[in-house]
Ligand binder design. Structure first.
Ligand code: NAP
Length: 282
């Protein structure tokens, strides 16, 4: 069984980005800039934002985190985004989710200039991705797709089962697999026989949020299994896949932690570089 080392692959990607940022600096006399906005005190979000800032700086980008109290007025946030949209030093804007309840997430996402939408959540990017056009791609599915390509270059004709249909993970993942010519089954909480669906899969992407849902006897021998889940349990952080059981049958598997997680931030940096290149080439 191949243990897919997301930590190592993400570090390699960041190293490549560091070189690219340095070349872009020579060419344009400026570097990509990422602005992350955090509203409120959610502990997990605070850690994510700190890491995003740290890794962006590490690859040589400009990076700033704007932190606001939880009672920030929606209008103030929207005005700030408009300001960042016009700022030539800002290549990418990310508003950390979840937002406090009084702020309309949809309005916030739609206010971000789609050319600076490093999360790939703007309807323009969602539409472009589903039409097979160039777009920003949500970071976690992009990371999953890079991990998959590390173990299997040609995914054409493979049967992929995606568990979960969120806008963040399941849906964009499905689009990326279709782009690779996979036959895709997308499953969710109303799926009748998830085990039977999984047993048909050459590739399983589990993005559910239920600890160790996917069992060893759900997986076809040799299948590639990508575990997106991050679940806090009494025994620590576990994925959506029962790692010990599944590692006995799978051909390749991502661990949790150390699989998909590290790829998400590396892909955010990669998206920021792509947004920068697009604005510079205009
Ligand atoms: P989400 O928005 O809660 O979506 C979960 C999906 O799973 C929904 O589509 C839901 O179906 C489906 N589902 C729930 N119970 C199910 C069941 N018993 N059988 C089949 N499908 C079921 O979650 P998310 O934001 O996509 O996140 C999923 C997991 O990924 C979480 O553990 C999260 O922490 C993790 N995550 C990891 C990263 C990373 O960087 N590694 C990034 C983001 C998220 P319905 O649509 O029918 O409700």
């Amino acid at each position: 069984m191949i243990l897919i080392d997301g930590k190592k692959i993400a570090a390699e990607l960041r190293e490549e980005l560091k070189k690219e940022v340095s070349e872009l600096k020579t060419k344009h006399n400026t570097v990509p800039g990422l602005t992350v906005i955090l509203v409120g005190e959610d502990p997990a979000s605070k850690i994510y934002v700190k890491n995003k800032e740290k890794f962006a700086k590490e690859v040589g980008m400009n990076s700033e985190a704007l932190r606001y109290p939880a009672d920030l007025e929606e209008k103030t946030l929207l005005n700030k985004i408009e300001e960042l949209n016009k700022d030539n030093n800002v290549s990418g804007i990310l508003v950390q989710l979840p937002l406090p309840k009084h702020i309309d997430k949809r309005k916030v996402i739609e206010t971000i200039d789609h050319r600076k939408d490093v999360d790939g959540f703007h309807p323009m990017n969602v539409g472009n991705l589903s039409s097979g056009y160039d777009s920003s791609i949500p970071c976690t599915p992009l990371g999953c797709s890079l991990l998959l390509k590390k173990v299997e270059k040609n995914l054409s004709g493979k049967h992929a089962v995606v568990i979960g249909r969120s806008n963040l993970n399941g849906k964009p993942m499905t689009q990326l697999l279709l782009k690779e010519n996979c036959t895709v089954t997308i499953t969710h909480s109303k799926t009748k026989d998830l085990k039977a669906e999984c047993l048909r899969a050459d590739i399983i992407i589990a993005a559910v949020g239920i600890p160790e849902l996917v069992k060893g006897d759900w997986v076809k021998k040799g299948a590639i299994v990508i575990d997106v889940g991050i679940n806090k349990t009494e025994k620590g952080i576990v994925g959506d896949v029962a790692f010990d059981e599944v590692s006995k049958v799978a051909g390749a598997l991502t661990p949790v932690p150390g699989g998909v997680g590290p790829m998400t931030i590396a892909c955010l940096l990669s998206n920021t570089v792509e947004c920068f290149k697009k604005t510079q080439s205009k």
